[in-house]
Design a protein around this ligand. Sequence first.
Ligand code: SF4
Ligand code: SF4
Ligand code: SF4
Length: 266
Amino acid sequence: MSKTRRDFLKIAGISALGLGCSALPAAASEEGLAAAPAADAPAADTMNPHALTATRWGMAIFTRKIKGPEHFKQIISACHSYHNVPKIPKHKNEIKWIWEDSFEHTFTEKESHYLAEDVKMMDFLLLCNHCDNPPCVRVCPTKATFKRDWDGIVMMDMHRCIGCRFCMAACPYGSRSFNFGDPRPYIKELNPDYPTRMRGVVEKCDFCVERLAQGMMPACVEASEGALVFGDLDDPNSDVRKALRENFSIRRKTSLGTQPSVYYII
Ligand code: SF4
Ligand code: SF4
Ligand code: SF4
């Protein structure tokens, strides 16, 4: 049996964090409209004392540490099982929060005749980039997509989403999926601690905001065995900054000015 939205907030400790309903993806059919997104950071004394915080969350992906198809699968399925992402066989209707694709599709601006063969043949993990300057937020007419000022996470509020799909057209990374039908019959094993979605809403990676609020790292990072590093880009002493300081990294489609917060160490 799936949890109600209120149960979920209680378990996640997120209501205490002061994020309110707007900060969470939710079983949109369960309880009416969500509150308006908060513009300011939650007060420290209202937060779960174990919550992980940052002023700018970001991720570095050590692409060569991902050992092959099984490792990709392990990382992807950690995210998708945790977030009740349905496995829909029809490609057109597929829902994906994190997925795998070729160099050619990942780095469309980096094409070169003389690129190292092994890089050309590699696959990469793709997810929402939680852009500093996200076009998906600009085009959303209902503010169902919004960016949290205090930590940079680009959120989705399923209650507010009217399914217009403007955000999908605006996202240059294909990071969003639309529920053409009821996703619930396609969830193999339900995680009762995370809400399910309904037909007619868009969804995407939320940087595991609900896990951070409970003091846990993102599910994909935990499952990656060190290949994914997550942390505060504003903190020069964070693991993610250390990884970026010590390695050459690239980001996707930088010429568009979106400023992705996901970095690839090649
Ligand atoms: S990757 Fe796409 S969905 Fe994610 S913040 Fe950037 S524009 Fe929005
Ligand atoms: S589909 Fe939903 S989130 Fe996307 S732009 Fe429309 S209302 Fe906003
Ligand atoms: S950060 Fe969380 S929501 Fe995003 S891809 Fe990783 S596990 Fe999925």
